[in-house]
Design a protein around this ligand. Structure first.
Ligand code: SMG
Ligand code: MG
Length: 376
């Protein structure tokens, strides 16, 4: 950083990576076999910074998708940030991008990379910058829909044996109450939750009432992401806490959902809400309203995971996150792996910025394409 505390951006590089997953990840809306992601690298005077875009290969979880995110980053977002000149504060990224509607995951990746470069030059860790209060965070695990009940139970028992503090089951119509019953019978004491990724409607209210006796920690995104009012009705009919994921795209959405009584828990994903800084705003207003939050996951590589783990250090994050260890996803990550302690917690990186950096040889071996965008 220059003496006047301005971060000079020399170039911004986009890189697509593809990593094999240890096992396919299936949800109510589709299956992923490989992890493809866009990484953003900011080259500033004296430091580089890294961010990861959460957009998946196809627009199923959200309306963003990898090719769309690449195009909007290359043609609109990166040029808009570079055109503004030196950066006086990380918030400037969001301000320079405000006129571009939507594209939150793409914006989040760019903001994350600038924030990382900013913090590295300042010598400050991300968790510390955000106001983190712990150096280890509680981890849960999200289990994809498995080919058979036996395969699923075996996978889950493995996770519980290695220490995970909460197991999240993906459910879909026709594969819900019986799955929960089977897992609950096998693991009477394990904190369990379910995630429907919006696959149900309010006409399924009796199904959700039938889940109450299993003592789930929460039911995540049971209804369509646009059905906030229906979620409020459903929450008034069931005892189990409803958690919103896809429905919360900003701090403003979070406030609306809380006011409506549409949820009792919020899943924060920095990509989905448009950035790490907006994720912190969601955390702050949920904390003020007494709503517990936790940090979700999008099968991130070590770059995105580092940012998620830093957010998980915030005081209002009182439930285990989908911040699982690198080996739950990849035979080999692109950074040093995130490890799970026997107590189900994970260390928050303490170095400057996000605290991890891609390992050059690993990065080279999984890179699919790269483009650099220069100022002017
Ligand atoms: O990162 O462990 C992870 C995945 C957690 O279940 C997970 N994410 O709806 O919460 C969710 C899903 C979205 C994944 S779409 C690829
Ligand atoms: Mg979810």
């Amino acid at each position: 950083m220059s003496d006047d505390n301005l971060l000079d951006l020399r170039a911004i590089e986009l890189r697509e990576v593809a990593l094999p997953l240890v096992r396919p990840f299936r949800t109510s809306f589709g299956e992923e076999r490989d992890k493809r992601a866009i990484l953003v690298r900011v080259e500033a005077d004296g430091a580089e910074g890294w961010g990861e875009c959460a957009a998946s290969e196809e627009p199923r979880y959200s309306d963003e998708w990898l090719e769309g995110a690449w195009a909007v980053l290359e043609r609109m977002l990166v040029p808009a940030v570079l055109a503004g000149g030196p950066i006086a504060a990380p918030e400037a990224v969001g301000e320079r991008l405000r006129w571009i509607r939507g594209h939150r995951m793409a914006k989040a990746a760019l903001e994350a990379a600038v924030l990382d470069a900013w913090l590295r030059t300042a010598g400050v860790g991300l968790a510390q910058h955000l106001g983190g209060v712990r150096d280890r965070v509680a981890c849960g695990v999200s289990v994809g829909i498995a080919p058979s009940a036996e395969a699923m139970l075996e996978e889950i028992e493995g996770y519980v044996g290695s220490g995970y503090l909460r197991v999240k089951l993906k459910i879909e119509p026709g594969r819900d109450v019986e799955v929960v019953r089977a897992v609950r019978d096998a693991l009477p004491d394990t904190p369990l939750s379910v995630d429907a990724n919006g696959a149900y409607s309010l006409s399924d209210v009796s199904l959700f009432e039938a889940l109450d006796p299993f003592g789930l920690v929460m039911i995540e995104q049971p209804l369509d992401f646009e059905d906030l009012l229906d979620h409020a009705t459903l929450q008034s009919r069931v005892n189990t806490a409803i958690c919103l994921d896809e429905s919360i795209r900003s701090a403003r959405d979070a406030l609306t959902a809380i006011r409506l009584g549409a949820c009792r828990v919020i899943n924060i994903k920095p990509g989905r809400v448009g950035g790490i800084l907006e994720g912190k705003r969601v955390h702050d207003l949920a904390a003020a309203a007494g709503i517990p939050v936790w940090i979700g996951g999008m099968l991130e590589t070590g770059v995105g995971r580092a940012a998620n783990v830093a957010l998980a250090a915030l005081p209002g994050v009182t439930l285990p996150g989908d911040t699982s260890a690198s080996d739950r996803y990849f035979p080999e990550d692109i950074t040093e792996p995130f490890l799970l302690g026997a107590d189900g917690t994970m260390a928050v990186p303490s170095g400057p910025g996000i605290g991890v950096t891609p390992i050059p040889e690993r990065l080279a071996s999984c890179t699919v394409r790269v483009v650099a965008v220069l100022p002017g």
